[in-house]
Design a protein around this ligand. Structure first.
Ligand SMILES: NC(=O)c1ccc[n+]([C@@H]2O[C@H](COP(=O)([O-])OP(=O)(O)OC[C@H]3O[C@@H](n4cnc5c(N)ncnc54)[C@H](O)[C@@H]3O)[C@@H](O)[C@H]2O)c1
Length: 229
């Protein structure tokens, strides 16, 4: 039988990180090898040596340093943290790449399959209804805005030729988890797409898939769960 993939989690004491620890523990072929979080008095450096893959759900200020430390140590990294410098991570992953091999960095602005399908459908709709607004709604302890999902949706829509109206609208309220509406308008009609993550379990199949597949990716840096489906 193949050896399990050893997965360490950065941000393991957080809302997402704790849920990822449970999902990894329950997943066939994965083994939880470490939990890093200042709240657990454990640094990323303490768990890197025992990991094949690190999953990072921390804070925007620290995600880049963590992810670069992973690829510099030859460890694959799966990043869910939002609003950090993707280009800097791309460069670090490329720097550690040689002869088509090396540690891979995979970033997903949203690990929920429904959110990915919303983005796919939005790009198709934009070909016919290019005027569009994005409204994203999250719990009131989210640190950044607009959300990484909204920024990624806007990028994809612009590439599909849409006129994404500024600003992206951000709503922060207790009771919410992670939600997004993409509203298209044309003469005499509107079309709305809405996705709701009502529980953090919505993200776990995507995170587990990324842990299993990150080591096989053809490039040093990949963004978007759609690339694994
Ligand atoms: N990609 C997705 O699908 C997705 C889904 C939900 C949330 N998110 C993002 O994930 C991130 C985490 O969200 P959350 O709600 O779990 O936040 P949270 O505040 O509950 O957890 C963050 C954790 O990171 C820890 N941390 C801070 N610095 C650290 C470091 N240097 N090393 C290790 N751990 C460190 C904190 O102590 C905390 O426990 C946010 O950026 C959020 O936007 C992404």
């Amino acid at each position: 039988m193949a050896e399990p993939i050893r997965v360490a989690v950065a941000g393991a004491a957080g809302r997402m990180g704790a849920t990822v620890c449970e999902a990894v523990t329950d997943a066939d072929g994965l083994e939880l090898s470490g939990r890093a979080d200042p709240a657990l008095d454990t640094e990323l450096a303490d768990v890197l040596g025992d990991a094949d893959v690190v999953v990072d759900f921390t804070i925007p200020d620290t995600a880049l340093d963590n992810a670069v430390a992973c690829v510099d140590a030859g460890v694959h990294v799966v990043v869910g943290t939002s609003s950090f410098d993707h280009d800097a991570l791309r460069k670090a992953a490329e720097r550690n790449w040689s002869g088509g091999e090396g540690p891979r960095a995979f970033v997903a602005p949203n690990f929920a399959i429904g959110a990915v399908l919303m983005m796919v459908a939005a790009q198709r709709i934009a070909e016919h209804m290019p005027e569009v607004e994005i409204v994203e709604l999250h719990h009131d302890r989210k640190l950044d805005k607009p959300s990484g999902t909204a920024a990624h949706t806007a990028d994809l829509l612009r590439k599909a030729g849409a006129n994404v109206h500024e600003p992206i609208h951000s709503i922060r309220l207790p009771g919410l988890v992670a939600h997004q509406e993409v509203v298209f308008g044309g003469p005499g009609q509107t079309l709305s797409l809405r996705h709701d993550s009502i529980d953090r379990s919505s993200f776990m199949p995507g995170v587990v898939l990324a842990c299993r597949r990150v080591g096989e990716l053809p490039d040093p840096f990949t963004i978007g769960l759609e690339n694994l489906l």
